[in-house]
Design a protein around this ligand. Sequence first.
Ligand SMILES: [Zn+2]
Length: 442
Amino acid sequence: MPNNLTSCDLHVHLAGSFYAEDLLAIGAPIFREVDWNARGFLDGYNAALQTDLNPIQLFAEALENPEIGFPKLKDAYVFGVEDGGDFEKFMWKYRLFTQLWGYGWERDRETAVSMITQAVEHHKRHGLNYVEYRAGFWGEDAELRRKMQICTETLAAESDGHFTARYIVALPRDDPWTMYQAVRQLLAEQPHLAQTLVGVDFASHEEGYSPKLFRDIFQQIRRDNAADPAQQLSIVYHVGETFFDKSLESAVRWCHEAALLGAKRLGHCIALGLDPAVAVSRRPQAHEAELVSERLDQIAYDLRHAKGLRQVGVAVDEQQLRAEQKSLGNLKKDDLVERPYTPQRFQEIRQRQDFALHQLTQLGTVIECCPTSNLRIGGVPDAAHHPVHKLLASPVNLCLCTDDPGTFDISLASEVEWVLQHTSFDPDELAQRLGTPCRFAL
Ligand SMILES: [Zn+2]
């Protein structure tokens, strides 16, 4: 196993890093205090999983009679293959932990610190030596800063000569500014935290949030970085993971646009590697309809990149595009346009993927590929059609990551092993293709 590839994880959500054992250790002192009905957890979990969860009994039994109780707890928590790629189920299983996580953060600093430490120590036992953790927080301004400070300080304290932990703040796409301003204020007040708090991530719901909506905040981040080079914040960005709201051309374009905005690494980019014929087979009429505004953005993109698209074989008829632009001008921006797929269109989408991958390569943008996550929550139907095959065959900068290793009960080593098993690469070839992932660290 190439050691380089299994020791550095660049796409990890802190709240997804807790394994069933960690859940039990964190839950042990507090599971009787937690309000399991808060935020509709029990009703939601039971409806989605069609079960009758009793968290207090589950924890009590796992502690008193681990041989029988622990597998039950694990089964209630881990999101596995048998859960069938159902994102709703994933969210409810994930929340079994976040009920504890949320309670722990409100309880006191000591509990919050011990929870983070629990996850990091587990990563150390897996032989990792560099991890960038993503986490977002909730609350009013001062509360946000307090939580981010605890998170940063705890990760800094976990770092030593053998292990380095970094923190990336997750900005919610529906309101990234509040969180971003809190980060900048925190760094202004506590400049030493900049050594550990190194970036921001655009995460959570992707559909409906075009990269162009974030042009202003990307610009602001660049300006703020220039104004204070000691407090550089790099940007990573989840894109091309869930894209049923639009055409496959637009899904490919979003990945390219996020790179053009200046994101250093892109999370997932399934849209650049999943074959279009497979993508549309996932649901009836998948990707046929999109907003007029989205189609107009696509036309503008095609006109702007006509030369490059033609070079990879896409037929760009400028006259026809301008005519379409004109006729769409008579419709409302939030009307839908429907365009069914043909074999030729599939072929051109494959060429568009090649074009975007080539552009990302030129820009130096990195794609973080999370194999199991894509299979279990990213709508990738099977190993043979995994985007990793096309991504590996392209020249793009690529790293393998775990996303939510605890929730999926996987490790970085098992992800690398999965790739070796399902591709024709042997360990040396894979190490050669990917290089040292740490060169992409923020
Ligand atoms: Zn992620």
